[in-house]
Design a binder for this molecule. Sequence first.
Ligand code: ADE
Ligand code: ZN
Length: 339
Amino acid sequence: MSFNAEAFIRKMPKAELHIHIEGTLEPEMMMELAKRNGVTLPYDTVKEIRAAYQFGSLQDFLDLYYAGMSVLKSERDFFDLTFAYLTRMHQENTRHVEIFFDPQGHTERGVSFDTVLDGISSALETAQREYGITSRIIMCFLRHLSEESAFETLTHACRCKNRIFGVGLDSSEKGHPPSKFSRVYRAAREEGFIPVAHAGEEGPSSYVCEALDDLKVQRIDHGNRALEDPSLVRRIAREKIPLTVCPLSNKRLQVCPDLTKHPLRQMLDAGLIVTINSDDPSYFGGYLTENFLAITKALSLDRHQLATLARNAFIASFLPDQDKQKALDAFDAYAKGFL
Ligand code: ADE
Ligand code: ZN
């Protein structure tokens, strides 16, 4: 009997390591929160919102992403947003999530840091209780804003160390190299935050080098363009730096418009610890399962490659070793039972 990849993917235990919680805002919720909070949107219907999601570049997307955030105002809004994502993840048998949030996208428009974090963390606690989903919160600095603004944001995080595990770097990549934030990251590391950063999505491979050398990141988010530098690829393999790859995002942001040409296979062949993620699922047309399905189909991945990708997410997570092993054992039991 041939291997039914779709059935295997749908039920397999999963972890997601690259998800912007603001990127899970579905058009239906955007309309509902706009009404709840008296915000006027430039759209009248859900269909109009979806129709606007045609992106020529990362910046095209970011413009809509920041505009969409304007409906998020209260702790309850952030709770509802986060819990909706976690309910979806529960339905997809996702066991662990590491969530990015963009505090500056909210503090800049008058919503307090604590309102945002309280809503997100209370949804994560509820999901752990009700669904058994474990989680980590990673606070991102917006790289198009100043070093000063990032330092101010870090001050807030330092008050909330019990809830924020790591720091990340996102938003417009070109022209905003990781080195712009070397001093902020040094301070963040000294405060005990685990560093990760988006690099090599649209920006050059040298930004991936900077993220490793200057920011001392433990994971690279995206990293596609690292493949342009063979010595860098060897280094990423040698140092076992995981890459959180986002296939549908890459397609929709024109990083890789044709998934049959996606570099995931080269990454696996080079021995990199690659994981599959959704990035901003409501904007890019699919959550974690859809990302696995799309890339498996486009690249005709076999069951060994699929199992490697799924296992890598637990290996690359920031779970303690004992919990990683338990999750891997559960995955292996699932795979054995399936076959
Ligand atoms: N913020 C949300 N999604 C992002 C992405 N794919 N790249 C950079 N910043 C982001
Ligand atoms: Zn991202």
